[in-house]
Design a protein around this ligand. Sequence first.
Ligand code: ATP
Ligand code: BTN
Length: 254
Amino acid sequence: AADLIAASCSYPVTLLQQVDSTNAEALRRLSSGATPPLLVIAEQQTAGRGRRGRRWASPFGENLYYSLLLRVSGGMRQLEGLSLVVGLALLDALREAGVNEAGLKWPNDLLVGGRKIAGILLELSGDPADVCHVVLGIGVNINMRVAPSGDAIDQPWTSLRQILGEQVDRNQFVTSLTRQLERYLDMHRLRGFASLREQWEESHLWQGCLVSLAAGSQAIKGRVLGVDDTGALRLEVEGREQVFSGGELSLRLH
Ligand code: ATP
Ligand code: BTN
């Protein structure tokens, strides 16, 4: 049932029954003159998007599709590590909901037992060197029990319901996630990603692991050293450290 009501939080919330993508909707509202911060939540997405044009399965009434639009005025520094910080907020929200075993996969997947439970997609509008806007798009599998028909998910996934064995209150999760986001965004704004770097590494599932990093048709093999103060991935490749940034990279266990 559509029981998602606008949770009490400090951002103006728009709740939609159906939309193509909450990220797209937040950006459209920006273009038509709305002032951030604002939050868009939907019961269903017909064209939920992941990175690199991939699709995010978004059945009606079961999960959370959440986009927070923010204004960024501090230049590049305010964007560095931002998507990783969203991962930390999500991790704490999952803990509050009773899921303690979730971990992060660089740059921004949340996994439980090797299965994806949430995804993060940041989209920018404007010039990052000047004033710009960013939409923090978050998808969390809350009560999904079967893969939605016609929208098969081509990798292992899970949901809060599957892990906890009971229906989860999505409103409660929205409240908790929003509070965690505010907390982490404040820390990030005041002290930068550098102040959260170690905490992020502690939750990184593949810390120290041998991985291969796919960038287009190229694959680079190395050992994960961690992340740097901008959120870029540090790999040891043939005895030397190399740093990789950018959202177009894909990490696999080697
Ligand atoms: P990467 O390692 O590059 O992050 P990824 O395979 O996780 O790779 P993303 O673009 O981050 O790719 O996420 C999109 C992918 O997530 C889809 O291709 C699909 O496999 C998976 N997916 C889609 N919908 C869901 C969902 N509701 N829950 C879990 N996973 C999903
Ligand atoms: C990924 O893992 O590739 C990121 C998935 C992000 C999905 C969320 S759901 C809410 C928001 N709206 C979208 O269209 N995508 C993000």
